[in-house]
Design a protein around this ligand. Structure first.
Ligand code: NAD
Length: 268
């Protein structure tokens, strides 16, 4: 069996750097090779944030690349392997059967009022829109139809795998990643006799899109996973399920609801 090309992306924690060194040594002793430019497998060493960084580094090669996470802190949502399992991990790579599981991503398209060309992003967890210190005012449409006029702190739009992250903190539902849909959750919406929103998260199917048309202002903050982009002169942001998906190497499988239970509830 021929080896595979592996890239390793680690955070700057001392433990992660030691794990990366050991993993590099073990890979050098096997048939597999390190290739940081054109890998077939990307191993992130750190936490969920490190896997998010690895995703963004290789988001232009999603069709060719599988991801795998080694965690050096507490168990993460994208990190299945522990730092003391490196020998087993490399043995597994040597017998690689190309097994993978894929999850939906969020397609984000931003258009501008000043004629600037539109920008396009992919998010693995979520995108949020917030506005400096003032009430955010936006018209939210689903496909071509106006759904509601939003006033509040902001909006979180998440993927199924991102539903356990920021989305959960703002009261969104946890969505099984086999569901090809995205979720829009309000952040502190204003609801009174004058202003009215639905007030609960909504789950939007893969044949639909959401348009957030923003009131003219220069102080919006748009996040894509861990990145924050200060945006000026935004006209609207369009969200839909991306054509691309992320592929994870599935050498071992942890049932999604067990992972949720393990992270948020613990032993009963
Ligand atoms: P980080 O790596 O410190 O991550 C922050 C926390 O979020 C960690 O505990 C991490 O394990 C957890 N996390 C990340 N993705 C997750 C997921 N899909 N499911 C469950 N938990 C998840 O910080 P970072 O590198 O800045 O990561 C960015 C992510 O952090 C964002 O995408 C956002 O979802 C999350 N975040 C959450 C909050 C909140 O819950 N209030 C606030 C800011 C950012």
């Amino acid at each position: 069996m021929t080896g595979i090309k592996v890239a390793i992306i680690n955070n700057q924690e001392e433990k992660s750097m030691l794990v990366t060194k050991r993993l590099t040594e073990l890979l050098a002793q096997s048939d597999n090779t390190i290739d940081q430019e054109n890998p077939e497998l990307v191993i992130s060493v750190g936490g969920d944030g490190t896997l998010l960084s690895a995703f963004h580094l290789f988001s232009h090669r999603l069709a060719e690349v599988r991801f795998l996470g080694v965690h050096t802190g507490h168990l993460g949502f994208y990190t299945d392997w522990r730092d003391y399992e490196l020998e087993e991990l490399v043995d597994t790579l040597c017998n690689d059967r190309q097994k993978s599981v894929s999850y939906p991503l969020l397609d984000v398209r931003i258009t501008y009022t000043n004629g600037k060309s539109e920008k396009h992003f992919l998010a693995l967890n979520e995108s949020t829109i917030k506005r400096g210190n003032r009430t955010m005012v936006a018209d939210i449409s689903i496909k071509e139809d106006l759904f509601e006029k939003f006033r509040g702190d902001g909006l979180s739009i998440s993927t199924p795998t991102g539903s356990t992250a920021y989305n959960k903190s703002v009261g969104g539902a946890v969505l099984h990643p086999s569901i090809n849909a995205f979720q829009l959750a309000e952040i502190a919406s204003l609801n009174n006799r004058v202003f009215r929103t639905l007030g609960s998260p909504i789950i939007v199917g893969d044949h639909e899109w959401v348009k957030v048309k923003l009131q003219a202002s220069t102080d919006y903050l748009v996040t894509i996973d861990q990145f924050t982009i200060e945006q000026e002169e935004i006209d609207a942001i369009y969200y839909r399920i991306a054509d691309e998906r992320i592929h994870f190497a599935s050498y071992r499988h942890m049932h999604f609801w067990n992972r949720v239970k393990d992270a948020f509830i613990g032993e009963i």
